[in-house]
Design a protein around this ligand. Structure first.
Ligand code: CP
Ligand code: NVA
Length: 303
């Protein structure tokens, strides 16, 4: 079996991405019906987290348990990573012992380097560059409610951050159009925008982004690692809050998503986050099912 990693959305083909979404929904139904399914019995997942996490950690750990396997949480504080053992060496050691690794870290380049030393599949649990597991769950949620996202209009309001980059990569992969409104100086990765061609436009205002949208998405103004910039960002992003007025410009059946954690009254008003168009709880829950489908794919596809 060829070694596959999932470090960025287009490590999957569009067909594989759609197949995983379908499988995630099937696995969700199995779980809801209480049907046991443990194809990963005897397998172990190592989870390296160099940043905080609620959803990613709990969904991977629970997902592995439900599939019959076991997960080990590794933080830099409790391992030799925090004492300077190189990531490259850690990748080779873990490859001798476990079957799969998820890593949340800062640099995408460091993650790719880690993966190049690993002889087992590596999953990106978030870097400063992208958050590909989030997009599997978000797309699963959209497809479930509205069908295939190809040809749909998606609005991104706020920081051109890791999650925004992931929406850009996925726009090209799955064929939707993404309109991004962000303050000057906080634009997403320029190379990704240019690679996405007609699938992505940078627009002037949040209203321009939301007009006629089928899906409106935002994220925090300050991501993990940007704590020192919080005050300056609060000022820069003051006009980038998804309010009911903005949602009213979108299509009447538009959905609202947020990867969470959210700050009510900053990037989104409570009325939207907790409102009728918001699918945030289902979106968070789908992390579990989408990542179970991903782990099954990386460990068992072709077997
Ligand atoms: N959305 C997301 O990845 O959440 P966590 O930071 O809690 O894992
Ligand atoms: N942009 C956020 C996403 C958290 C899931 C961050 O990187 O902190």
């Amino acid at each position: 079996m060829t070694l596959r990693h999932y470090l960025i959305e287009n490590d999957l083909t569009a067909d594989e991405f759609r197949q995983l979404i379908k499988r995630a929904q099937e696995l969700k139904t199995k779980t809801q019906q209480g049907e046991p399914y443990s194809p990963l019995a005897g397998k172990t997942l190592a989870m390296i987290f160099e940043k905080s996490s609620t959803r990613t950690r709990v969904s991977f750990e629970t997902g592995m348990t439900q599939l019959g396997g076991h997960a080990i949480y590794l933080s830099p504080n409790d391992t030799h990573l925090g004492r300077g053992e190189p990531l490259e060496d850690t990748a080779r050691v873990l490859s001798e012992m476990v079957d799969l690794i998820v890593i949340r870290t800062f640099s995408q380049r460091a993650m790719a380097n880690f993966a190049s030393y690993s002889s087992i599949p590596v999953i990106n649990g978030l870097t400063d560059y992208c958050h590909p597991c989030q997009l599997l769950a978000d797309m699963q949620t959209f497809f479930h409610h509205r069908g295939d996202i190809m040809g749909k209009q998606v609005a991104w309001v706020g920081d051109g951050n890791n999650v925004c980059n992931s929406y850009i990569i996925t726009a090209k992969l799955l064929g939707y159009h993404l309109r991004i409104a962000c303050p000057t100086g906080y634009e997403p990765d320029a190379e990704l925008v240019s690679q996405a061609g007609d699938h992505v436009s940078i627009v002037g205002t949040p209203a321009d982004a939301c007009k006629g949208a089928d899906l409106v998405v935002t994220d925090v103004w300050s991501s993990m690692g940007q704590e020192a910039e919080q005050l300056i960002r609060k000022e820069a992003f003051a006009a980038y809050c998804v309010t009911p007025e903005l949602m009213a410009l979108a299509n009447s059946d538009a959905l609202f998503m947020h990867c969470l954690p959210a700050h009510r009254g900053e990037e989104v008003s409570a009325a939207v986050l907790d409102g009728r168009q918001s699918v945030i709880w289902e979106e968070a829950g789908n992390r579990l099912h989408a990542q179970k489908a991903l782990m099954e794919f990386l460990l068992l596809a072709g077997k």
